[in-house]
Design a protein around this ligand. Structure first.
Ligand SMILES: Cc1ncc(COP(=O)(O)O)c(C=O)c1O
Length: 275
């Protein structure tokens, strides 16, 4: 069903945020991009936990508790079959410099947006991926947080057009970290690895779900450093995102991959969640 995007600002319908908002001025905030399925938010508990963890680490006061937020989001998504909700929380609006005004309370914007529709062949036949020249900066204090500063991803995405579906990024030491909008997993001889995210990268909600599902399936999954050499030599590779689900990778630049057992088992195990 097509619909016009709707926004709630601090729970009230509207689409204007003051220019003094610190999210606009400094990227001072964090966000969640979530899939709506049958009127509810998929993996809501994981999204909520990542958002509240980000606010705690950044010292942002949201001015709203979980129940209020859930009520607001339920009002936004009621009766909606498939859509995307973006929930943005900023530190709030002030006239201050980097040091915020004392007692500042955050602003939140909940937007109901049309579902992102990707070709189903991305899921079934896999995707071709570009290995980016751009690097991700390491900063343990921000690592894992889905904060509002996304210039690294914007710059990386400028490296290709339509010839690839996604790009993979390394840090300055050449360790693979993640895609521009996805997390990455590799499997070799049924041993699965995903890059550690203690120095940079977004700790994806779907990544966490996949790690738990793999372990429940009895497949070992380690969070560990992954080099480009390991990536290119892997038996299989797949990418995860809360809205997209799982995309098998069939090519990284000139290296080809088959869609492997691990990815196929996950797709079967998670079919109901990912439909
Ligand atoms: C840079 C980056 N990494 C990873 C992800 C995947 O996170 P999630 O599974 O929460 O969608 C995203 C999502 O947009 C992202 O922007």
């Amino acid at each position: 069903m097509a619909f016009t995007p709707r926004h709630l600002i601090n729970g009230v319908p509207g689409d204007l945020i003051p220019v003094s908002d610190r999210g606009f001025r400094y990227g001072d905030g964090c966000f969640e991009t979530m899939a709506v399925r049958n009127g509810g938010i998929r993996l809501w508990d994981r999204h909520y936990r990542r958002l509240s963890d980000a606010c705690r680490r950044l010292g942002i006061r949201t001015g709203v508790n979980r129940e209020q937020l859930e009520r607001e989001l339920a009002g936004l998504t009621a009766g909606v079959d498939r859509a995307v909700v973006r929930l943005t929380v900023t530190r709030g609006a002030d006239e201050a410099g980097y040091r915020p005004e004392p007692g500042l309370v955050g602003n939140r914007v909940a937007s109901l947006l049309p579902d992102r529709v990707y070709p189903t062949t991305h899921r079934t036949n896999g995707i071709k991926v570009h290995l980016c020249e751009a690097r991700i900066s390491r900063n343990p204090r921000l690592a894992g947080i889905k904060h509002l500063n996304r210039l690294e991803q914007v710059m990386a995405r400028a490296e290709w057009g339509e010839e690839f579906v996604e790009g993979l990024l390394c840090d300055d030491r050449g360790q693979v970290i993640e895609g521009t909008i996805t997390n990455v997993f590799i499997a070799s001889q049924h041993r699965v690895s995903t890059p550690r995210l203690d120095e940079c990268g977004v700790a994806g909600v779907m990544r966490a779900e996949v790690i738990d599902r793999l372990r429940a399936l009895g497949i070992s999954c380690r969070e560990e450093p992954v080099s480009v050499e390991q990536l290119l030599a892997a038996d299989e590779c797949f990418l995860t995102n809360a809205v997209i689900g799982i995309w098998p990778v069939t090519g990284i630049n000139d290296t080809r991959f088959a869609i492997g057992d691990v990815c196929s088992r996950l797709a079967t195990d998670m079919a109901a969640l990912l439909e």
